[in-house]
Design a protein around this ligand. Structure first.
Ligand SMILES: [Mn+2]
Length: 321
């Protein structure tokens, strides 16, 4: 069976329509959605309607959950967007029955789905809704062992918006590094399928994956969509920060130290002071005492206060994925 795995649509209708059109061309049997249908983007109702119509199974994402309940750990930009999204869901287009259908659909979403050797979650196999599995976690063998301990064979997830395959050898293999195709062996894998509506891996095209459950092959696909159309909608809505439109054009989340820089630096054990990290527009400059302080961390407000400023320059913004 061929199954398309989409995730992190985030109210981006143009991206979702482009991906659904691409899926139609490659003939899959069914579509699973791994959560975050809404939040950030300008068309939550329309995206929900398309997911309800097209997806055989859907998992609850943290933004879907935040629309239903009190948001937890959201920054001001994400918080304002989720309150606006709630308002859209309450007053959105369609009949009162459609409004109810959208809320009912969200309210009944499962947190995970297990089908034999396949597990589907939004965040991680340990905490299916909220935990991130970032590429740099491959540096933390103990953590990866715990996560793999929660998986029978193959686990599929979204949440970080960073597509790639984690192996039990503590590797992270991006789509580029496997030529967009990965064949499963007997080893367990954790697979991030990437984001349809807000890619963050420096490629602004929508990302999704097709899983052939018989051949045990995963194929990544990238799809172009009308980014300017979506961004302009965001710019026209006061409650959605312009930064949410800007980031679609760059295809990146701009809160974190680039893990590839960290990986490179760790191999060069003696070059702390020579490293310069990517500077991001409009971000807050900080420096850190050691590169080890930065690997695998979010630069949260508390971290910024606790770092002693000595060595190389690093830049970050506060964010909520
Ligand atoms: Mn997300």
């Amino acid at each position: 069976m061929k199954r398309a795995l989409i995730s992190d649509i985030h109210g981006n209708l143009e991206a979702l329509e482009a991906v659904l059109a691409d899926i139609q061309q490659v003939s899959v049997d069914e579509i699973y959605c791994l959560g975050d249908i809404i939040g950030y983007g300008p068309n939550p109702c329309e995206c929900l309607d398309l997911v309800i119509k097209n997806c055989k199974a859907t998992i609850l994402g943290n933004h879907d959950q935040a629309a239903l309940f009190d948001p937890d750990g959201f920054n001001p930009m994400a918080l304002q967007a989720i309150y606006w999204t709630r308002d859209q869901l309450d007053n959105g287009p369609g009949t009162p029955a459609m409004v109810n259908q959208r809320w009912d659909f969200l309210g009944e979403l499962p947190r995970h789905l297990d089908e034999g050797e396949f597990r589907f979650v939004h965040g991680s196999p340990r905490d299916p809704t909220n935990e991130y599995v970032f590429p740099e976690y491959v540096f933390d063998q103990r953590k990866m062992e715990i996560l793999f301990g929660k998986v029978q064979n193959y686990c599929f997830m979204g949440h970080t918006h960073l597509p790639g395959v984690f192996t039990t050898q503590c590797e992270f293999i991006s789509p580029d590094e496997c030529d967009y195709s990965y064949t499963f062996g007997r080893e367990k894998v954790l697979v991030n399928v990437g984001s349809v509506g807000q890619p963050r891996d420096d490629d602004n095209r929508s990302c999704y994956a097709i899983l052939d459950t018989d051949a045990k092959v995963l194929e990544y696909r990238r799809v172009e969509y009308d980014i300017n159309k979506t961004s302009n909608k965001i710019y026209a809505i006061a409650d959605l920060s312009d930064a949410l439109g800007d980031r679609l054009k760059h295809g990146r989340g701009n809160s974190r130290v680039d893990w590839r820089c960290c990986r490179f630096d760790i191999k060069k054990e003696t070059c702390d002071l020579a490293v310069t990290y990517r500077l991001l527009p409009g971000s807050v400059s900080v420096t850190a005492a050691s590169r080890r302080d930065l690997v695998g961390t979010h630069l949260s407000a508390s971290l910024l206060r606790s770092i002693s400023l000595t060595a190389f320059p690093v830049t970050a913004e506060f964010c909520c994925d």
